[in-house]
Design a protein around this ligand. Sequence first.
Ligand code: HEC
Length: 154
Amino acid sequence: MLNKRSTKIWIFAAASLFVGATLFFLTGPVSAHKKTHSNADMQAFDDAYMEVVKIGDQLFHGGGPPAKEYGLTLSKTGMACAMCHPFASDVHPHQFPKFQEQMSEVVGLREMINWCIEKPNEGVKIGIDSEAMIALEAYIMWSHKGTIIDPGTH
Ligand code: HEC
């Protein structure tokens, strides 16, 4: 015979199981991706991504129409990023965040992009999460596809 205490435990266990199972069937197994992407989805994502990379490419090569559209002064010296960093060389996006001697602290890639706009370029720094910054980051990262991430190094 079950005593009162063990009956309570059994009722509690059964109720927990019921609630747990109901939640599981309602929400399904936990996953970051609800559905796999179709080829058409992937193509659309890539098209959107490459549009931003192309804007970044123009900004990196002197600004072009996007700089006018965003009202940016990326340089007052007449130097474009690409003149000192041809093909996005020596920008080392895979090393960030890292300790940057010029700023005496650990900074991210975007802070370093702004440093270059303000110091060598004597331009006006851009919003850290502006469309222009994301575009520059997208172009720089795209140029380094396949590079092994190695943060903190020099
Ligand atoms: C006049 C030359 C010049 C121009 C133009 C220039 N840079 Fe630089 N860039 C430098 C120098 C010098 C450094 C510092 C290298 C160091 O000390 O690590 C640097 C460093 C960087 C770094 C960090 C590299 C690292 O590993 O520390 C990034 C990112 C960068 N530049 C992006 C840009 C972007 C984006 C632009 C255009 C908005 C730009 N640069 C324009 C000269 C230039």
